[in-house]
Design a protein around this ligand. Structure first.
Ligand SMILES: NC(=O)c1ccc[n+]([C@@H]2O[C@H](COP(=O)([O-])OP(=O)(O)OC[C@H]3O[C@@H](n4cnc5c(N)ncnc54)[C@H](O)[C@@H]3O)[C@@H](O)[C@H]2O)c1
Length: 407
């Protein structure tokens, strides 16, 4: 018999039982669920990461849907438990879903939701913050001040890199990678090189497209040197040409240890380049990175994610040329509240039998606090596998929402 897990209950008489494995920011997600006849149980256990047994205990004998976190391994055991309890919906409170075995979810007919779009700019802003902090050695300088070591201005004190005119390299120019690229190009007049399996047409047009308004045209009109862009034919090309490289791919078999010992050595300025990772920890071989940092004190990294989260590989914490933050890239109030709302609406939508929204990149109507959200699931990653994409129905929903729901 599993150990009971402590919970907080909202709307005890609700018809549908929804479980959230964590308390999440904001109250809109709670209100949306309870207004739609859900009994909501939020886990209040003090431990940060729940075990599989804890989650099975939370699911219990009857559960219609679960909102979970990226720290939980959602595989065979949890999906079979959810299915036995009558559940048809799970949503990660994250855009990445490398913690979810989607094949196992398909096997049990459970829809898997994620929360794209709402965290794009917030995550890109953290990558940009880490880029600046690494380039200008802000954390080292802060520690130096606090240690009382500053005894006067010196020509060589904490000299870092000027970004203007240098090249920013983006690996994975999807939603977040493209937003980051725009920030670095527009904010710091950097040239861009990117590698992705697909062409980032909109990003390319923004930098130097043929038609106004492009940033390149704006610079030219102001008498400044226009920035350039290039789509690399391989990741190595980016490593060899960029001064700062930021990683934004999904984590899968093709991106595991994408940055390893050999690739670190290939970087244009292996000794003084900057590497940023706000994607997932295992995209970098962290042990190889620690060695590289040790031998190249002017090579700098900004890391939001780690290979063995919440742990760091031995030696990383001691490296002054590493800036490390605890997976906070999406941690702005608006974004976290929005993620909670999207995750709740994924689960609610599935319980209510709503269709999947037509474009997971355009989730703004779900985030408008002054209007009822559309009657749809914002983003279900296995909708196709479950046969949940009826185009005609989606079209009707769009018309319905347009005329009746949106203010
Ligand atoms: N640190 C955080 O808190 C945080 C927050 C949000 C997202 N993320 C991570 O960022 C990832 C990207 O999010 P997104 O919304 O931009 O997703 P996205 O799907 O829009 O972009 C991912 C891009 O990676 C590309 N890609 C896939 N395999 C590749 C490969 N082998 N080489 C190069 N490019 C490849 C894809 O083609 C796509 O363009 C998420 O999957 C998630 O893991 C982390």
């Amino acid at each position: 018999m599993a150990k009971p897990v402590s919970i907080e209950v909202w709307n005890p008489n609700g018809k549908y039982r929804v479980v959230s494995t964590k308390s999440m920011p904001g109250t809109r997600w709670i209100n949306l669920l309870i207004q739609n006849d859900c009994r909501l149980e939020i886990c209040t256990e003090k431990k940060t990461i729940l075990s599989i047994e804890d989650i099975i205990a939370l699911i219990g004998d009857k559960c219609d849907g679960v909102i979970g976190q990226l720290t939980e391994e959602w595989g065979e055991e949890l999906f079979s438990a959810l299915s036995r309890a009558g559940g048809k919906a799970f949503s990660n409170m994250a855009v990445g879903y490398n913690n979810v075995d989607v094949d196992a979810a398909n096997k049990y007919g459970v829809a898997v939701g994620n929360t794209p779009g709402v965290l794009t700019e917030t995550t890109a802003e953290l990558a940009a913050s880490l880029s600046l902090a690494a380039a200008r050695r802000i954390v080292e300088a802060d520690e130096f001040m606090r240690a009382g070591l500053y005894d006067g201005w010196l020509p060589h004190l904490f000299v870092g890199n000027l970004l203007k005119g240098q090249t920013v390299g983006v690996i994975g120019a999807g939603r977040i990678g493209s937003a980051y690229a725009r920030m670095m190009v527009e904010g710091f007049k950097m040239n861009l090189i990117y590698f992705d399996l697909y062409q980032a047409t909109r990003l390319e047009k923004f930098v130097t497209g043929m038609f106004l308004p492009t940033y390149g045209a704006f610079l030219k009109a102001s008498g400044e040197t226009p920035v350039t862009w290039k789509r690399a034919s391989s990741m190595d090309e980016v490593l060899q040409e960029a001064d700062i490289i930021s990683l934004h791919p999904v984590l899968d078999k093709t991106t595991y240890h994408l940055v390893n010992k050999e690739r670190l050595a290939k970087m244009k300025k292996a000794r003084e380049a900057i590497l940023i990772n706000c994607s997932r920890g295992p995209v970098i071989d962290e042990a190889a990175l620690v060695e590289h940092l040790k031998h190249n004190p002017m090579f700098r990294v900004g890391l939001d994610v780690f290979e063995d989260e919440p742990f760091m590989k031995p030696g990383l914490a001691e490296q002054k040329n590493a800036i490390v933050v605890p997976h906070i890239a999406s941690a702005s109030k608006w974004t976290r509240e929005g993620m909670a709302t999207l995750a709740a609406l994924n689960v609610l939508g599935k319980i209510k039998g709503y269709p999947v929204w037509f474009d997971a990149n355009r989730v703004e109507p779900f985030l408008n606090e002054n209007a009822r959200p559309p009657a749809a699931c914002p983003s279900i990653v296995n909708a196709k596998a479950l046969g949940n994409t009826n185009i005609l129905y989606i079209f009707l929903i769009r018309m319905y929402n347009f005329f009746f729901l949106l203010d």
